[in-house]
Design a protein around this ligand. Structure first.
Ligand code: 13P
Length: 261
């Protein structure tokens, strides 16, 4: 682990669990996952459960992330919730997730505006980027990563980078069980870090954490956490299994203790 960058494990619950189930599940996780100084654990429940969980959660133990929001702060936008309204409820915001890009056709402009709105409202952005299966088959992965990064961060200054998290989530690996191999992840993370350096300089980039996501299981977590430049994981399906998620957090802790020995 690079000094100063805490490991980060994010559980994206997606559109699962009722408010009541989410509350019970948080309770269960609270019993299983200890507070650790070297690993930050973030939970992303559905929007409906976010506010009640924000009253229940011990923020030393878990931080909360919103899965989606609208980029304007206030106004006549029926059905939407803004980052301004989420301020002090959500610590992080997942932005540009492939399900938002592909199922809901979010544009690069939407994504860039959301990154800026999150920063403006002091919510830490987790910008998700990644190539589709066909882009991969045409050898376009690196270009896609650079384009999505440049576009998503276009409105940010180097000062804004301090709270930024980038998640590399190859689209073809999400929810498929077909996870990327660690050497491919190493290559992708290198491209991401180099592009960040190119855009903002080495110093500003040092604080940025880069995660891997896509079919992460407790059995594969350690392999990804061992990849140079990977600071944590964005976990979907396995985050809904308390045993698997606890194991993944434990692996993150072990990866930092191993790095110190
Ligand atoms: P899975 O872990 O279910 O593949 O989901 C990954 C993801 O999309 C996390 O945001």
């Amino acid at each position: 682990m690079t000094p100063g960058r805490k490991k980060l494990i994010v559980g994206n619950w997606k559109m699962n669990l009722s408010v009541h189930e989410a509350s019970l599940y948080l309770h269960k996780l609270s019993d299983k996952i200890p507070v650790r100084r070297d690993v930050e654990v973030v939970l992303a429940p559905t929007l409906l459960a976010l506010q009640p969980l924000s009253l229940q959660v011990n923020r030393r133990q878990f931080k909360l992330a919103v899965q989606n929001f609208y980029w304007r702060d206030h106004g006549a936008y029926t059905g939407e919730v803004s980052a301004a309204q989420l301020h002090s409820i959500a610590d992080y915001a997942i932005i540009g997730h492939s399900e938002r890009r592909h199922t809901f056709h979010e544009s690069e402009k939407d994504i860039r505006s959301k990154v800026q709105a999150a920063v403006r409202n002091r919510i830490k952005p987790i910008l998700c980027i990644g190539e589709t299966a066909s882009e991969r088959s045409y050898g376009e992965t690196n270009d896609v990563l650079r384009d999505q990064l440049t576009s998503g961060l276009a409105n940010l200054t180097s000062d804004d980078l301090e709270t930024l998290v980038i998640a590399y989530e190859p689209v073809w690996a999400i929810g498929t069980g077909d996870n990327a191999n660690p050497s491919d992840v190493h290559g992708a993370v290198k491209v991401i870090r180099n592009e960040l350096k190119h855009l903002y300089g080495t110093k500003a980039t040092e604080a940025v954490r880069v995660l891997y996501g896509g079919s992460v299981k407790s059995s594969s977590a350690a392999d990804y956490l061992a990849v140079k430049g990977v600071d944590g994981l964005l976990v979907g399906g396995a985050s809904l299994d308390s045993h698997a998620f606890t194991e993944i957090v434990t692996k993150a802790h072990e990866s930092t203790t191993e790095a110190k020995t």
